[in-house]
Design a binder for this molecule. Structure first.
Ligand code: ASP
Length: 364
């Protein structure tokens, strides 16, 4: 069936290709890393400290969204809380490199404009997520690295701290463990440890999605190794036509699959296909004018379909040998998680249903 001119024009302009936002609805989903996170590996104190930290971060972002604030502001504020918390592998408490230093990676993306910013291998910026946002908003570039990113951060007037300010005894112990294991197995990256990267995705009441991720990477990383977290399309992606995604896990595999973009692309294609099929089924008169118009809001992808797409991309990554998880939110307010590890530090809040945090895989 030929689409009438009206539809063709709108589709060409992209105006009908996205499932519309639900008015007044906001959703925020966060993660604090995936990995071998099991009940017998956390003390009761660690368990409750993690839950309290996730709840605080969730409330920081929720307060912004509840007041009608932008998803970008909400995710940045949320991640800043987690970067300051030594329980997570981001900002203070990030893992050590092979050389005993701390190097941060972070990225952020705005689903409304598909603007993005990222920085890798930075050493002194207290809040790497804010640096990523400055790269997005105040530079002509998307991705800065190392000493150049550090210089840009200073130029932007962002708070600088000594590299040692990020150190914790726990992470130093993990480096020592890693170096000892590495003597036996050169591929012994810390996949048995908790990843601890932090991420946030949100949709605000205007229907704009955004995603951000911040990390120290992997314990013992060397040779300027860069994981998925600052790579747009791998660890972070946001597009108002589909979703926002932030990942955590074995970064090399997430890069190879392009996990974050892959999830968004599959959601977009599924929705566009469904819309086209519905429109094609509308009876037309002799002039080719449809008897009724099908609007995108009449049928959308449901939560179980978003879950299925996220799970299938995680399965594809796992089939290559990787492990980890993602958080996802759509412009129409669905929020979900998917992970193939025993646990993932995570939390979700929305205008619809309060807030919840979880750690282990068997929690709702
Ligand atoms: N994905 C991160 C990386 O590979 C690690 C993590 O999620 O903790 O650098």
């Amino acid at each position: 069936m030929r689409l009438p001119l009206f539809f063709t024009a709108l589709l060409a302009a992209g105006q009908l290709s996205a499932q519309p936002a639900v008015e007044g609805r906001w959703t925020l989903v966060i993660h604090g890393g995936a990995g071998v996170i099991e009940r017998d590996r956390l003390t009761a104190e660690e368990d409750s400290a993690i839950r309290a930290a996730l709840a605080e971060a969730l409330e920081t972002g929720s307060a912004i969204l509840r007041e009608g604030g932008a998803s970008l502001d909400a995710i940045e504020a949320t991640i800043r809380v987690l970067e300051d918390d030594p329980n997570f592998n981001a900002g203070r408490g990030a893992v050590f490199t092979y050389d005993g230093t701390i190097e941060h990676d972070a990225s952020i993306m705005d689903g409304a404009t598909r603007s993005a910013g990222a920085a890798t291998g930075t050493s002194n910026t207290r809040h790497p997520v804010t640096l990523a946002r400055r790269v997005m908003e105040n530079s002509p570039h998307v991705f800065l690295s190392g000493s150049g990113a550090d210089a840009f951060s200073i130029e932007q007037g962002l708070e600088q701290v000594e590299n040692s300010w990020f150190e914790t005894d726990r992470r130093r112990g993990q480096l020592e463990e890693f170096l000892a294991r590495q003597a036996d197995d050169v591929s012994a990256y810390d996949i048995d440890l908790k990843y601890g990267t932090v991420g946030a995705v949100a949709v605000d009441i205007a229907g704009n999605v955004a995603a951000a991720t911040s990390t120290g990477g992997m314990t013992g990383k060397r040779w300027g190794r860069i994981g998925d977290s600052p790579v747009i399309g791998a660890g972070t992606y946001a597009d108002n036509r589909s979703c926002a995604v932030s990942a955590t896990g074995s970064g090399e595999y997430f890069i190879r699959v392009g996990v974050a973009h892959e999830i968004c692309a599959q959601i977009r294609f599924r929705f566009e296909q469904r819309l086209a099929e519905a429109r094609a089924s509308v009876p037309v008169d002799e002039e080719g004018v449809p008897e009724f118009y099908v609007h995108a809001s009449e049928f959308g992808l449901q939560a179980d379909e978003i879950q299925e797409i996220a799970d299938s991309v995680i399965a594809e990554m796992a089939a290559l040998g990787g492990s980890g998880g993602v958080i996802v939110t759509t412009p129409w307010g669905i929020g979900t998680y998917s992970f193939n590890t025993p646990g993932m530090y995570r939390g979700m809040a929305s205008s619809e249903g309060g807030a919840s945090v979880a750690i282990y895989g068997d929690e709702d």
